[in-house]
Design a binder for this molecule. Structure first.
Ligand SMILES: O=C(O)CCC(=O)C(=O)O
Length: 278
């Protein structure tokens, strides 16, 4: 059974990040335990507790593919930036910024989607997929168009649905090759850890075999600024709410123009930078 490279953020917060990025390049996924410190983890858990409690399981889609993909016993909650100052803080974390800057270019990306994915008792395994296939024309070209972190807000265990991942599959040819279970492992990790993974790596939510345990992950990735993000943050975050957020978060949510290196500007309002609205 393959394994994901695993790093542990020491109490003095020392990790060789060059080693983390090298391992991510090689394996397509890496676990960093202790990525979120205990105080921030506690705030995230508190900020989201009521929203999770109030949310119904299952998909709001009417299409079978999405009903299956979202999971009948899974709760998915979006629009998080306006719900939690702790999440806004984590979005500004130095190494989380480095993940985006390194793979998508400094300031060259938006938040793709930030979802609480709460896998409930009895949930079946999710369809294995590559996130980059949201953008099929560019998904498997050179480099990355999307890069993601799943932050564990509860422990992720084999039993409660830890993410299933095929290490190395970001390099496999073909759009979505069949995956043999023997080529997969689960991202078992304590609360506060982050699974960082390539947009090309094949993965999916795991089966929850427990009778009463919820697996809560904060699944949040970045997407190149010239592509349409999965979540429409500018409709789910009011201007009023956006004005209260740190500038980096405003920018990640798309309240700014994207300016490709060679010229042009995207996402304008009145032919100018939407940041002016804030
Ligand atoms: O929740 C997980 O472990 C993975 C979920 C996922 O990959 C997705 O919904 O796109």
């Amino acid at each position: 059974m393959p394994e994901l490279p695993r790093f542990r953020w020491n109490p003095d917060r020392k990790v060789d990040w060059e080693d983390v990025w090298r391992s991510l390049d090689e394996s397509g996924g890496v676990i960093v335990e202790g990525f979120v410190d205990d105080a921030l983890l506690g705030r995230l858990q508190r900020d989201f507790r009521d929203a999770i409690e109030a949310h119904e399981s299952g998909s709001s889609s009417s299409q079978k593919l999405w009903i299956d993909f979202h999971g009948a016993d899974t709760k998915r909650i979006t629009g998080l930036a306006a719900k939690s100052s702790a999440w806004a803080e984590l979005l500004c974390d130095e190494h989380y910024c480095e993940l985006g800057d390194r793979y998508l270019g400094k300031d060259g990306y938006y938040l793709n989607t930030a979802q609480l994915i709460c896998i409930g008792p009895g949930e079946t395994p999710q369809l294995m997929h590559r996130d980059a296939l949201n953008w099929p024309h560019v998904a498997l070209g050179d480099g990355e168009v999307t890069i993601t972190a799943i932050f564990a807000l509860t422990d992720f265990t084999e039993e409660n649905g830890a993410t299933v991942i095929a290490p190395g599959s970001h390099l496999w040819p073909g759009t979505l090759p069949q995956v043999d279970p023997k080529d997969c492992c689960q991202a078992v990790m304590p609360a506060g850890s982050a699974l960082l993974y390539s947009g090309k790596v094949i993965h999916g939510g795991g089966r929850n075999r427990t009778a009463d345990e919820w697996r809560v992950g904060l699944h949040a990735g970045f997407v190149s600024g010239w592509l349409r993000a999965e979540e429409n943050h500018q409709l789910s975050t009011s201007l009023e709410a956006a004005r209260k957020l740190p500038e980096r978060v405003q920018r990640l949510l798309g309240f700014r123009a994207y300016e490709p290196e060679l010229g042009g500007r995207l996402g304008l309002v009145d032919y100018d930078d939407p940041a002016n609205l804030l």
